[in-house]
Each structure stands twice: as C-alpha cells, then as structure tokens.
Design a binder for this molecule. Structure first.
Ligand SMILES: [Zn+2]
Length: 183
C-alpha cells in the first residue's frame, strides 16, 4: 500500500536547512563569507549562465542528461542575483539528494524539465518553493553566524553587507529565526 504522508511547511524548512548545511560542508570552506552560490553550483556540477531572461524572471533551472543548467537574469542587483542562484541551487539539491527525503518522492530533473522562477510568483506557497527559499537563506546566511551578528548588535543593513544579500532577505530571515524583537 502506498501511504502518502503530508509534508508540513515546518518539515520542508527543516529539510532545506539540513540540505544547506550539507551543501556548505561538501562544497564550501566553513566560516568563509560571503558564500558564493555560483561557485558552489559549479562545484556541484551545475552549469551557470547569465542570461537576458525577460522582465519577469529571476532565474531558471533546466535538467540535462547528467546534470542541470542554471540561467540567471542579468537585470537584477548582484545581491538579489546571489539569492536567485542559491534558490535555483536549492531546487537542484532537492533532486540530487532525493534519497534523504521523507514524505514525498523526488526524481532527478528530467532532460528539458525544470523550474522557472518569476518575480510575479514570488509568494506562491508550493512546497518546493518554500524549500528553495529556505535553502537559499540558510546557505547565504547560516544560522549560527546570523545569530552571532544579530546578538552583537549589527543592524540589518550591516548584516546584509556582510552576507552580500538584500536587506529584505535579512529581515525575512530574522523573522523566520524569531530574531525580530530589538531592544
Ligand atoms: Zn523556485
């Protein structure tokens, strides 16, 4: 019998955080900031291209025979582009580590299949998007360092500069980690 387990957003976020930690351990020098998601993607075997994707797209990930290709829209600020790259890498890692998933089954991305991330879809609640966003936040702003910076009194702008991400990404991560209350 095939029993379908429902994955909660909490489960999805936890998986994404662990996946980001694994990815940093496998492909990055611990404690080195800012994290470069494009270098990590390349090291993981993803080809990355800057492209003119049109006004509504941040990025996309397309499956190939043995790997995947990532396209990042040229017309986005570099801090946002780093987040887009980390987000697409999250989609890739979700597939690449399908064995570690519990509750639903994912397969390698088929040739020509993939993800298209539009600015206009930013807030859609699809579990894969929640995972990719949580992965991106955890990869670029690892929790331990993030808490350390917050606790030593850095502003969101300081933290954004440190991690080379947008201030919006920092305030969203603060909220997720329950760190929004400032004295
Ligand atoms: Zn996505």
């Amino acid at each position: 019998m095939n029993e379908n387990k429902v994955m909660t957003y909490g489960d999805a976020r936890k998986i994404a955080r662990e996946l980001a930690e694994d990815t940093l351990r496998n492909y990055w020098t611990p404690g080195k900031f800012p994290v470069d998601p494009i270098k990590i993607a390349t090291a993981a075997g993803v080809e990355v291209y800057d492209s003119q994707l049109g006004t509504d797209l941040w990025g996309m990930l397309v499956g190939g025979d043995n790997s995947a290709t990532m396209y990042l829209d040229i017309d986005q600020p570099s801090s946002r582009k780093r987040f887009s790259a980390a987000h697409e890498l999250g989609h890739y890692m979700t597939h690449a580590s399908a064995d570690s998933f519990d509750g639903f089954t994912v397969k390698p991305i088929g040739s020509g299949e993939g993800y298209i991330d539009a600015r206009s879809d930013e807030n859609r609640g699809n579990v894969f998007e929640v995972i990719a966003n949580e992965f991106a936040g955890s990869l670029l702003m690892p929790e331990k360092k993030f808490r350390e910076l917050k606790e030593s009194g850095n502003s969101d702008i300081d933290i954004a500069n440190f991690f080379k991400v947008s201030v919006d990404a920092v305030s969203y991560r603060s909220k997720l980690l329950g760190l929004t209350c400032t004295p």
